[in-house]
Structures are given as C-alpha cells and as structure tokens.
Write a protein that binds this ligand. Sequence first.
Ligand code: COA
Length: 347
Amino acid sequence: MTPAPTPSTPPPAQPTFTRGVRIAGVGSALPERILSNADLEKIMDTSDEWIVQRTGIRERRIHDPKTGPSTTDLATEALQKALDRAGMVGSDLDLVLCATMTPDMPTPSVSCLVADRIGAGQIAAIDLNGACSGFVYAMNCAHDFIRIGSQTTIGVIGADLITRFVDYSTFGRAAAILFGDAAGACILQACDDTSKGLLAQAMHSDASRAKHLFIPCCERDFFDVEYDERRVNSVQMNGQAVFRFAVTTFPKLIEQTLESAGVQAGDVDHYICHQSNARILTAARDRFGLPEDRFHINIGSRGNTVAASIPLILDELTQSGRVKEGQKIMFLAFGAGLTWGSSLWQL
Ligand code: COA
C-alpha cells in the first residue's frame, strides 16, 4: 500500500519586529604607556624584524601593574566617551554589558563597577567572557535584547588588560609580543527605523581545540599541555594551530554571514576583524579582493587587545567620519575557547 503523503509542515513564521537598533555613540580608551618592539628586545630574546615580519606589530599600549589603569578604569572611560558622543548620560542606560576575560577581580563584575561609576543607578550589569570574540557576542546579544523589547538602551563594552597574563621572558615570548591593553564601547539604542540593526550574525565555540589557547590558573596539567610553573597565569598558545584556525575561519565566516544576509562582499562598506595578526588579516582581505579602506587593520600600533580590538577600530573610523549612517558594517572575531562569531549591521 502506498503510504499516505506526509502533510508538509509550514515554515515557522518569521517574527516581525517593531523596533530597529542603532549605534548611537562610540568611544575607546588606551593606557598611556607604550611597549615597543625595541623595549621587548631588552627583556627577552626577540627582534623587531622577527615580530614585524610574523605579526605586523610595532608597538602596543600596556597598563602599569602598580599605577594602572585597571580594566574598570579603561571600560569606564570608553563608555563615558560613547555616552557623551551619543548626547546621553549614565542614567539613560538600561544595561551595561561588558565583554572581558580579564576583570579586575572575580566579583564584582566590571560592568557592575562601571554602571556605578557612570551614575547609571541600579540597572542590569552583565560581564560576558567570549575571549577575543567577546565584543561580537555582546553586540549580538545586546541587539536582540533591544529588538525584542526587553531593553531600550545598552552600553556594550569590550575591555581587556590581557598583559596581566603575559610572561615577558623568553619562555613566553611567542604570546608576549602579540598583546596590548585597551577598551572600546558603544551605545545601542532602539529606534523607529526597523531596517537598522543586525542583518545576520553567527556565534560558535569548540572546546575540543581549547588547548591551543588558554590561561591555566593553577598547578596541574590542563588539556594535554604539561604542567610547568612558568605557564601558570600566563597565555599558553600553540601559535601555528591558532594561525591555521584563523586563516580558514575568517573567509568561511565572511562567506556564511554574507550568504545569510543575502548581500555581496562588495555591498559591505567596512569589515572590522579582531586584530590578531596582520598576516591572518591580509590573507582574508586578499581572498575577497577587498581594498584597504574597507578592510581595516590597526594592529601595528595597538597589538592584539582581545575584546577591545573591534570597538577600537570602530571608534577610529567613527571619529574620522568614515563610518556613516546607511552603511553596512561587518564585525568578525575568533579567539580562545575556541570561539568565533560575526555581526553584520545595517547602520
Ligand atoms: N622572537 C623570536 N623568536 C621567536 C619568538 C619571538 N617572539 N617567538 C617564537 N620564536 C621562535 C620559536 O622559538 C621558534 O624557534 P625554533 O624554530 O628554534 O624552535 C621559531 O621562532 C618559530 O616559532 P613558531 O611558533 O613556529 O613561529 P610562527 O611563525 O608560527 O610565529 C606567531 C609565531 C605566534 C607569531 C604565529 O604563530 C601567530 O601569529 N599565530 C597566531 C596567534 C594568534 O593570532 N593569537 C591570538 C588569537 S586571538
């Protein structure tokens, strides 16, 4: 007997939203102290030539362990600038969402402290740890909070003082040369124009590859990396494995995000990728044939600033008038976890 035809399931109804989401203000903050490749040559066995050739980095900003600034100091400064530029004050916010893997202490969170310092009152405050993908994760989550109507105005921050977890000896040199400290922030706000906001996004993780990039916090073997007391509290990285992951992930992520938004690579005005290594970034840029004024790289003077790297560039481009209303902008990141994600915006 012929089986009865299965009734076809109608596709799930797409929710219709009555609010758009706009980026109302952007800010960033850097420590004053500069650590150049020449400074590194004095404290470990390395050279300016080796570092520039492998990474494109010439200098980075770092905090001073005794005098600061702290993660909270940088996060507060960045968010306050973003509020000022949006013409807002702390009490206009409903939520502070801070992406960081280097809070000043396990608790209270950076976002709690920042909310208090900017005079936001007793609002929601959440820290989110997505390592270098943290800012992209935070933007995607904050967008959806606003889109569905649970919040109206959110301060999103990416802030890290990663150099607290760097071993500046020859033993730790492969990772030490990469990192710098910073914070960046933006204000997301509900608006009537429903075309503004996310066109597509992606968020992923895969801990089967966690061993390639992690910070052990106590004396035992983690994953299959042998215990050595010099590793405790310092970034452990299999540079080549991370490099391979990154050069394959960025192009795939760009392709998937464009496809789910139904747009072409050339339709996107700005690509802002997490700044991990200039070679990784130029490989992705060349693959899509994108010009330098659309695919941005500032790692030479900033290093890898973890969750802060994307909003740092966003702030540079916004203040110089290159990011404008009506444009499309894509954020892309990968990092420890391993984690990776994207966020494509209609401004
Ligand atoms: N200065 C000089 N020599 C160094 C060095 C340094 N800072 N760091 C490592 N070396 C040495 C190594 O000891 C090794 O020496 P050996 O051949 O005698 O054993 C040699 O240089 C090559 O090391 P390797 O690790 O293979 O170098 P690499 O070409 O892979 O470059 C990185 C190292 C870290 C620059 C590169 O792998 C990288 O950028 N990976 C991606 C990291 C990243 O993006 N991390 C952040 C993710 S969010």
